[in-house]
Write a protein that binds this ligand. Structure first.
Ligand code: FMN
Ligand code: COI
Length: 391
């Protein structure tokens, strides 16, 4: 496994891939070497029509282990596919002759206004995709004004990411089997300025990642790709997933941190009810991008019963399979307050570092805005269930 990407190779492969290898000579200023400083010629950016173009490039420049780890799911990846396919079954009901000359994508979550409803899901080990890892992602999220959620198993620590990017981050927590260690993780996140703790509840054990083989285990024990948040605190025998976790964790978190608590991984009405009873601040409808339990429903199929149960009392977010502006539109119409994306921004990161993440975010936001114009919904609040059918 070679975790560190060769930037010159990325540049050469990129130019070959888009059939512009001549540009290397014609535009010496267009450089991929040292991805942090690379800037793309506008014409080159046009080559990325959608996030799948970034996926294509990421497959050319990342190693096989990294691609398998990123794109793989549990067992036969049926739920990975279901997440994507389910959006195609839903259709949009557009309204006509509505002034869409100005579009607002602003949303309010946890008492704060966000420029867009598109949030970056927590994704671990981002240095495996690009040497600048989570710092590149965070810089792109700041520049493009999207919220980023930092994974517990990030390579850069939450503190390093915040310091290098000036981002206001949310922190995703995998509680360890040792509460003293978990407490220190929370302290680190709060010190880095995080106001929201996203507690992932779908990982009592790690799913059967057949496609990636032993890659995830190697990542967890890698000396080169260390897990920054655990530096100096992970004690011998402490598990980073806790099969003994129960709803009791919510009151423990309340007692041990001041962050808002958002549950990530809710897929049923019953657990939405319990989330309300335990007083969490929000939920993310998620099946971990199909990486944990195989044969779960797609998340967009889970959303209606959860929205019905929550009745607007706390924000409901969703992730899994979102690849197009129309997918975002459909999720918002069915009742999500915001959406999160995982693999699409990682394709950008793997392909081009920070610039690639920016391109992925630009593409999805531009698609959403155009779709809102075409559907006749000038603001996010206008996107209601009257605008979709077939869910
Ligand atoms: C490579 C990879 C690593 C992930 N790491 C984490 C993680 O550390 N914590 C977590 O809660 N979810 C993690 N997830 C799940 C994502 O947060 C998210 O739920 C999922 O990627 C959404 O589906 P999508 O990739 O189809 O957009 C990971 C997903 C991927 C693809
Ligand atoms: C299970 C974690 C260690 C990483 C993760 O969330 C993932 O690979 O999906």
């Amino acid at each position: 496994m070679d975790p560190f990407q060769n930037s010159d190779l990325q540049r050469r492969k990129f130019l070959e891939w888009i059939g512009l290898s001549g540009l290397a000579l014609a535009f010496p200023a267009i450089s991929l070497s040292g991805c942090q400083s690379s800037r793309f010629h506008e014409d080159e950016k046009q080559e990325f029509k959608n996030v799948f173009d970034l996926e294509g490039l990421s497959e050319k420049v990342m190693g096989k282990d990294a691609i398998d780890y990123l794109n793989g799911g549990a067992d036969d990846s049926k739920t990975v596919k279901a997440n994507v396919v389910a959006y195609q079954k839903i259709q949009i009901r557009a309204r006509r002759l509505i002034d869409v000359s100005t579009i607002s994508t602003k949303v309010e979550l946890f008492g704060q206004t966000y420029e867009t409803p598109i949030i970056l899901s927590p994704v671990g080990f981002q240095k495996f995709f690009h040497q600048d890892g989570e710092v590149a992602t965070a810089k792109a999220s700041v520049k493009k004004q999207h919220q980023m959620i930092v994974s517990s198993v990030s390579n850069y620590s939450v503190n390093e990411i915040a310091a290098q990017s000036q981002a206001d981050l949310w922190f995703q927590l995998y509680p360890t089997t040792n509460r003293e260690v978990t407490k220190k993780l929370l302290e680190r996140a709060e010190k880095a300025g995080c106001k929201v703790c996203v507690l992932t509840v779908d990982t009592p054990v790690i799913g059967n990642r057949e496609r990636g083989g032993t890659t995830l285990t190697k990542l967890i024990y890698s000396k080169e790709l260390k897990m920054g948040n655990y530096e100096g605190i992970l004690t011998e025998g402490t598990g980073i997933d806790d099969p003994g976790l129960t709803w009791e964790i919510i009151s423990w978190l309340r007692a041990n941190c001041d962050m808002k608590i958002v549950l990530k991984g809710i897929v049923t009405r019953e657990d939405a009810t319990l989330a309300l009873e335990y007083g969490v601040d929000g939920i993310i409808v998620s099946n971990h991008g199909g990486r944990q339990l195989e044969s779960l429903r797609s998340t967009i199929e889970c959303l209606p019963e959860i929205v019905e149960e929550i009745k607007g009392r706390i924000p409901v977010l969703i992730d899994g399979g979102i690849r197009r502006g129309t997918d975002i539109f459909k999720a918002l119409a069915i009742g999500a307050n915001a959406v999160c994306i995982g693999r699409p921004f990682c394709w950008g990161l793997g392909a081009l570092g920070q610039e690639g993440v920016e391109i992925a975010l630009d593409i999805l936001k531009a698609e959403l805005i155009r779709d809102m114009q075409l559907a006749g919904t000038p603001s996010i609040e206008k996107i209601t269930c009257d605008f979709v059918i077939g869910f």
